[in-house]
Ligand binder design. Structure first.
Ligand code: FEO
Ligand code: CA
Ligand code: CA
Ligand code: CA
Length: 676
């Protein structure tokens, strides 16, 4: 039922997997229908890739992240031969109340919803929760994780700042006395106190973390610790700052906004900041605009208002009939300086407004900064941004403004394996005042509408877009799209009713990420490779546990190997029959596309935010919304979870304690590099 609904909660609890993929792109951009031309395993292109790799040595990106000498020295030799580079014993598909990792590894819960983050934070008591307490404690539904080494500028792999997004809230398992019918019942039991706890549980956290005697802990007393909530003052910067569409009664300047919302995935920059992506922001707004309202057409394209929360009952800014521009101030990439806990988060409007999943940055040898991003909804687009100002390793203050100026592009994925990046620039390619784009700010605020006009390729829900610095490639993780019809398939989105997703790999021409041309090929297609109706495609040696469905957030280690987290949503029983987890995927050589299961999360959860320390010896992972997704399909439980009776009480397993979204950390028992 992934995405059948257009509301958040119907007869079942709908989690964000359903919410984010409604599919509201009405345009008729070309779909090529060329399944036969699908690009997996095209030898001609592979030859071309090798040539372009050689050229990339001249113009390619600088490796600015991690990459310790020790990890480099241990580089496995998979590329040359047929031995898998991953050396761990695969675990089995399955589903139960807890989680599982490969033998020889430890998995520890680092921080949970409600754990104290700021001085004076009370111990978590779910029966006595308040907004004031929540604003000092770790928020709900941890998503992206980033690791910012301490001290700033070091490559420390044992000590740093964990930057975590808190994407959304699941009130039915957060609060006692509710049930799963709140939206249907017009949020009858969602009081202002509860809504305010939800607002305080959104946003992000910074916590100082350290490895002591091989075990990771966080410091609740650190001066760096920070909570950003749905109320924290943020600045709006870049071309759309101050634009009339960004002005509200509370902020006539159009430059200051309260809070960041639905922060999903993200990225860390080489200058030590955290990019946090506002995704399904439509859900926070309710009310109904008149059809002839100036914002009506654009709001429709963005699914606003979504009406998934009742905050509009208590706060006028979330009611579009009372404040029609507040929604324009959400849906951005937010840049946060974790080393400066009093700095205002910056919404960087140059990167466009859509349902941002992730934002990953690469710096070219000439110090040009490029960021890749996806818009996670069915039939939405992949974007990239090329900054106008160059990165200066000696001037951090200047780097903090890099993402305010540059060019945003939307991607077209050709059946011939080409990628064309099309600029979203006012006055070019039909982005004119007559078409509704009088200025560049409007192009950016309504980036989806601008990309429609350019004819960007409608993708199967772009989740993570991650850069492989080792190979100069970019992974585009397309999670699923069960609304794609047979006549809508194209080479990059080759399956109708796609319940399983696929991962594409982009290679920029001559290693130049600033170029408007690139090539793409398929890395793998999700789903069971043994079922012809599914059409999953992996390396042939992939085991019965090695395949997965619905790839979402991924991490690339220092060897250029891919670690894939999954989010099947409510559909897990049908899509794979296993709980979500982490799979390790070979990206090179004869074994390219070989996948093995490494970690499995508890029932009802999804994997978010896999992120390695610079030495690849620790992997942080967000286990999001345990006990919620599709737990009626989990036979030992067979119904929907409530606070009183959840499908699992992971990770505490204490009577009366609800399930708690948590960040875990996986380490190898011998202290070594993961997967070696
Ligand atoms: Fe919040 Fe697209 O995942
Ligand atoms: Ca990432
Ligand atoms: Ca995601
Ligand atoms: Ca997802």
């Amino acid at each position: 039922m992934n995405g059948e609904e257009t509301t958040r909660k119907g007869t079942k609890y709908l989690t964000f997997d359903s919410q984010e993929d409604i599919g509201i792109n009405p345009t008729s951009n070309p779909t090529l229908g060329d399944v036969l031309n699908e690009r997996i395993g095209r030898r001609g292109l592979i030859g071309g890739m090798l040539a372009s790799s050689a050229l990339s040595a001249l113009v390619g990106p600088v490796a600015l992240f991690g990459g310790s000498a020790e990890a480099e020295a241990a580089t496995p030799k998979a590329a040359a031969g047929s031995a898998p580079s991953f050396r761990f014993e695969e675990i089995a598909h399955g589903v139960d109340e807890t989680h599982h990792v490969a033998p020889g590894y430890d998995v520890n819960v680092l921080i949970r919803w409600g754990d104290p983050v700021l001085p004076g934070a009370p111990a978590f008591d779910p029966m006595k929760q308040t907004a004031a307490a929540q604003a000092t404690q770790f928020g709900y539904n941890n998503d992206f994780n980033g690791f910012a080494p301490l001290p700033l500028g070091s490559k420390s792999a044992d000590h740093g700042l964990l930057c975590t997004n808190h994407e959304y809230t699941d009130e039915e398992v957060m609060f006692p006395g509710l049930n799963g019918e709140q939206q249907k019942a017009n949020f009858a039991r969602m009081t202002k106190d509860l809504a305010d706890i939800e607002i305080a549980a959104h946003g992000g956290s910074v916590v100082e973390v350290r490895k002591v005697k091989g075990k990771w802990t966080y410091d609740p007393t650190s001066k760096y610790n920070r909570r950003i909530t749905g109320e924290t003052e943020c600045r709006i910067t870049g071309p759309a700052a101050g634009h009339p569409l960004m002005r509200t009664a509370a902020d006539p300047t159009g430059t200051v906004v309260r809070g960041m919302l639905n922060n999903c995935a993200g990225g860390m920059t080489p200058w030590g900041t955290w990019l946090s992506a506002e995704e399904n922001i439509n859900g926070y707004f309710w009310g109904k605009l008149a059809d002839d309202h100036k914002n009506a057409a654009a709001f429709k394209r963005y699914g606003i208002p979504g009406g998934w929360y009742n905050w509009g009952a208590y706060h006028d800014r979330f009611d579009v009939t009372k404040e029609a521009n507040e929604a324009n101030r959400f849906g951005w990439i937010v840049e946060i300086d974790p080393y400066n806990p009093t700095s205002a988060p910056r919404k960087r409007t140059a990167l466009g407004r859509f349902k941002h999943e992730a934002c990953n940055v690469v710096v070219m040898k000439d110090r040009t900064v490029v960021a890749y991003m996806g818009d996670d909804e069915r039939f939405e687009y992949v974007y990239k941004f090329v900054a106008a100002k160059k990165y200066d390793p000696a001037n951090r203050a200047a780097n903090l403004g890099i993402l305010d100026e540059g060019t945003l592009y939307a991607g077209k994925f050709g059946a011939d394996g080409s990628v064309t990046w099309m600029p979203l620039v006012q006055g070019q390619n039909g982005l004119t005042a007559e078409k509704g784009f009088p200025d560049q700010a409007t192009v950016l605020i309504n980036a989806r509408l601008a990309a429609d006009i350019l004819g960007a390729t409608k993708m199967d829900r772009p989740e993570d877009v991650e850069i492989n610095l080792k190979k100069d490639t970019v992974y585009v993780v397309l999670t699923n799209n069960n609304k794609r019809k047979p006549e809508q398939v194209d080479a990059a989105n080759p399956r109708a009713v796609n319940e399983w997703g696929q991962i594409l790999e982009i290679t920029p021409n001559d290693g130049d990420h600033t170029a408007t041309k690139a090539t793409w090929k398929m890395l793998l297609r999700g789903g069971n490779p043994k079922d012809a109706k599914v059409g999953g495609q992996y390396h042939a040696d992939t085991s019965a546990n090695g395949w997965f469905a619905c790839p979402d957030n991924v991490a690339v280690d220092n060897h250029g190997r891919l670690w894939v987290g999954t989010d099947q949503g409510e559909n897990w029983a049908k899509a794979s029959g296993t709980a979500d987890g982490i799979w390790a995927v070979e990206t090179d050589g004869e074994l390219r596309g070989l996948s093995r299961m490494f970690y499995r999360n508890p029932v009802g959860a999804e994997i978010c935010g896999p992120f390695f320390t610079p030495d690849d010896k620790a992997l942080f992972i967000s286990v999001q919304h345990p006990a919620t997704d599709g737990v009626d399909q989990y036979k030992p439980f067979g119904k929907l979870s409530t606070f009183e009776e959840p499908a699992t009480r992971w990770p505490d397993f204490k009577p009366g304690m609800p399930p708690r979204p948590s960040v875990i950390v996986i380490t190898k028992k011998d202290g070594g590099v993961l997967g070696l």
